[in-house]
Design a binder for this molecule. Structure first.
Ligand code: ADP
Length: 193
């Protein structure tokens, strides 16, 4: 199964992603994790990306697309994956569609985890990652609203979007996600592993 996971910073995507990949045997492709690994390894891409990440801004599309394209080509992705934190702009979504059209492996579902702003702020403030300072959090939420939210319409029009209420306990939210994924039609079922 090929899934995209969309949600604002602090929505709990990381926690739910870990459960999802285990339950459905997917490879977890988090562009945030890839960029942090590149930053920590001090590669050229990592150093460049860090300038954007530490300001709460999106890393330019060309950098992200190069990273994702290479990763998606790896053999482990053939059995299914969860894209987490990508695509984050319309240009990224369109580029992803082109990549997947080339290989004839379209997405099965796009999951949106929805959480109100006040709750996002509360959760992020207690987390302590280097880009979790209040002004950087604010900027990341702005980037989400301006650049990523338009993707919801994009995937809605393609009948791929499923919105999940992200309020409640980890278990409650995962139950909702499972219900949605398990009820996907035959198209997804054929790919299910
Ligand atoms: P969060 O969802 O909590 O903001 P992520 O780990 O997904 O955390 O991303 C952290 C940072 O990495 C983002 O603020 C952004 O700078 C960068 N980033 C991650 N994925 C992308 C992407 N697809 N496009 C542009 N920038 C990205």
């Amino acid at each position: 199964m090929r899934m995209v996971f969309i949600g604002p910073p602090g929505a709990g995507k990381g926690t739910q992603a870990a459960l999802l990949i285990q339950r459905y045997g997917l490879v977890h492709l988090s562009t945030g994790d890839m960029l942090r690994a590149a930053r920590d390894a001090q590669t050229e891409i990592g150093k460049l990306a860090d300038r954007y990440m530490s300001a709460g801004q999106l890393v330019p599309d060309d950098i992200i697309l190069a990273i994702v394209k290479e990763r998606l080509a790896a053999a482990d992705c053939r059995t299914g994956y969860l894209l987490d934190g990508f695509p984050r702009t319309l240009a990224q979504a369109e580029a992803l569609d082109r990549m997947l059209a080339e290989t004839g492996e379209p997405l099965d579902v796009v999951l949106e985890l929805r959480v109100p702003d006040e709750e996002l702020f509360r959760r992020l403030s207690g987390r302590g990652r280097s880009d979790d300072k209040p002004e950087v959090i604010r900027q990341r939420l702005v980037a989400y609203r301006q650049q990523t939210e338009p993707l919801l319409d994009y995937y809605q029009q393609r009948r791929l979007l499923k919105t999940i209420d992200g309020m409640g306990t980890v278990e409650e939210i995962f139950q909702r996600i499972q219900q949605v994924v398990d009820s996907l039609g035959d198209r997804a079922g054929r790919h299910r592993k």
